[in-house]
Design a protein around this ligand. Structure first.
Ligand code: PMP
Length: 370
């Protein structure tokens, strides 16, 4: 008898694990694979964390999150999107990953389908599968990584539970403009489909963005602090959405995560005082530096935001074979097949010092020309 539940065999971590193993085996590589910011947690937030520990805020918080933080986040959402979430429409989670886990656990059962635009953040398909669902991929390669509403409509079946959107996108960097969101909303409204909108990179939309929550009432918004405040290890995020879904997620959180980390929640009370503009403009400049060098050698997805570039491998090469060549030259990027059903692209993360970026970009161009 197999002692592991069969659900564990529906998922695997081989693709991404191979990349991380390779990263460990390289000596001092030019590493453009990281996927997290290179700035530290702002001092105000660190100070608030120290104060929280010293003043004994080391115990469980309410499952939904600290009241003061929830108020603060609801106010932040009102400012960002104009949408005013009610108290029972919001839950503080352990990162957006925690939010995704709870959302999909609450929604997906055996045989359900979740539409996932391809390319996608790796976690999505695995979580859908873990809970017995089937990921249904919406190809975006021929639409400049935007979403074709007719194609979306054609994928909806009676088993479809949700559309899982992510923008600014990991891995493509693409932001979906407001008019396109309205078209997506019209299709979803017609079919009564919930949209899960992962907006974890929303601060890094270099020309601004509209939230899905602004244009579509039946949105479950996931956002968080990991990327904006350089606190990926602190595990904080939140979900805003329909009260019935939030209530089910809260119940599951009660019996699993219990609450998001207490110290981090207190520390996050200081986040609204932080001025993020320098970090964002630094990353915009890094984006420009990279597109400036790579643009003449590679076809890039529109680099609207997040901190990634999605580049097509040169003619005649797969994403994997080109990345193998890069790795042989001590440069680490991630093959597109990790994020996609296709193997034609690779992902570059530009949250590293400018001289490393220059070296990496020049080497990529050399490899493309060779
Ligand atoms: N969504 C996307 C699109 C991401 O790229 C990431 C992190 N790489 C997450 C969610 C998870 O973030 P968190 O640290 O908040 O769990």
């Amino acid at each position: 008898m197999n002692r592991l539940a069969s659900r564990t065999s529906r998922i695997d971590s081989s693709g991404i694990r191979r990349v991380f193993d390779l990263a460990r085996s390289l000596k001092d590589p030019i590493n453009l694979s990281i996927g997290q910011p290179d700035f530290d947690v702002p001092q105000e937030v660190k100070t608030a964390a120290h104060e929280a520990i010293d003043s004994g805020h080391n115990i469980y918080t309410p499952t939904q999150g600290l009241a003061a933080l929830r108020e603060n986040l609801i106010a932040g959402e009102k400012q960002f999107t104009g949408r005013e979430w009610k108290e029972n429409e919001m839950l503080v989670t352990s990162g957006v990953s925690g939010g995704l886990f709870l959302t999909l656990l609450a929604l997906v059962e055996e045989g359900d389908e979740v539409i996932i635009p391809d390319p996608y953040f790796v976690m999505y398909k695995h979580l859908v599968r873990l809970f017995g669902g089937t990921p249904v991929y919406l190809d975006t390669y021929d639409t400049d990584f935007g979403i074709d509403p007719d194609r979306l409509a054609s994928l909806i079946t009676p088993k479809t539970k949700a559309l899982l959107l992510n923008f600014p996108n990991n891995p493509t960097g693409r932001v979906i403009p407001r008019t396109a969101l309205e078209d997506i909303a019209a299709v979803c409204r017609k079919h009564g489909l919930l949209v899960i909108s992962d907006e974890i990179y929303r601060q890094f939309a270099y020309d601004g963005m509209t939230s899905m929550a602004e244009v579509y009432e039946d949105t479950l918004l996931l956002a968080g602090h990991s990327k904006s405040y350089g606190m990926t290890g602190w595990r904080l995020g939140y979900a805003c959405g329909p009260a019935d879904v939030i209530s089910a997620m809260t119940m599951v959180q009660q019996y699993s995560f219990v609450c998001a980390p207490s110290v981090t929640q207190y520390a996050a009370l200081a986040c609204p005082q932080v001025d993020l503009s320098k970090n964002i403009s630094d990353y915009r400049a890094k984006r420009d530096l990279m597109t400036g060098i790579l643009g003449s050698h590679f076809r890039l997805a529109p680099p609207d935001g997040a901190f990634y570039l999605w580049a097509e491998a040169p003619e005649g090469e797969s994403g994997t074979s080109f990345v193998e060549k890069a790795i042989a030259n001590n440069l680490l990027v991630i093959p597109g097949a990790v994020f996609s059903e296709r193997d034609t692209h690779f992902r570059i993360c530009y949250t590293v010092p400018d001289d490393t970026l220059r070296k990496g970009a020049e080497l990529l161009c050399k490899l493309a020309a060779s």
